[in-house]
Design a protein around this ligand. Sequence first.
Ligand code: EPU
Length: 293
Amino acid sequence: MALPWPDDLLAVPHRRDVPFAKLTTLGVGGVCRWLFEPETEAQAQAFVRACARERLPWRILGGGSNLVVLGDIETPVVRLKLAAQVRREGLDVHAPASYGHIRLSGDTAAMGLAGMEYASGIPGTVGGALHMNAGAYGRETVDILARFRFLTPEGDLVEKAPEPGEFRYRWSFLEGGRLALGMVVRLAEGDPAEIRARVADCKARRGTSQPLDKRNAGCIFKNPPGFSAGRLIDQAGLKGLRVGAAEVSPQHGNFLVNLGGASASEFRELMALVQSKVRDCHGIELEPEVEIW
Ligand code: EPU
């Protein structure tokens, strides 16, 4: 990577050599050489514009809860640190991309607004949930999305309503190098006690089926159409399979957990092993659901 980088890029708040153990929930990977943390949309725009002009590839980090890092990352990484404020306007709630997703779900429930209960256990940031159209229990981000803001790969700011084709299962068109800045969710008036009960139900279901006490990155593979990846892995007899300190959770087959100090290569090996055994057993190709760097 050619250094030094231009002054306008280096003017954006940044830190160097931050271990991915501190930036991801799974806790594997090497170091993030350049972590840029814009505190305003203008700084985010300066970051994207400078990278575009210099033709520098860059990556977006949210809460690091759906990410497996397999080594050191030398290219600039951007992680927004916008002011953590939400704003209610009738049934709409505006949230910045760097806001906690679970926190937003809790805020909207406390406002007596129904519709985000499904998200009460989905970690990461609002921007991450938008970026990958996160979901659970049959609901996903696009279902409640009224408007969203992002920067184009050139750094131009766009705010719009979602359109057909822009969001599907665990994917959005933002994945093509667009930086989410925030979203507006449209919810419904609800009975606070019923909302609380639905939140408690989602949390309880997740708590019993998923190994939330171990470092994990959520579900590792996408559910192939018509199948549950977790069940396929379970039926192939892979629960408890280990490579070093990386383990297929005995609780949920689609969770690969870090038992403590797992290395990136152990994770890489375990993922490949699970894919090949599921291929042998079921003839189905599992595709990663997590982002892999
Ligand atoms: N199952 C097994 N064995 C296992 C795991 C699951 O037999 O080891 C069975 C369950 O008993 C159930 C079925 O498979 O009958 C589905 O399991 P579950 O309800 O846990 O849902 P999932 O399809 O495995 C999806 C999402 C989760 C989300 C849950 C709840 C994907 C890849 N996963 O999991 O999302 O929390 O539904 O809605 O879409 C994530 O995105 O990181 C994630 C965890």
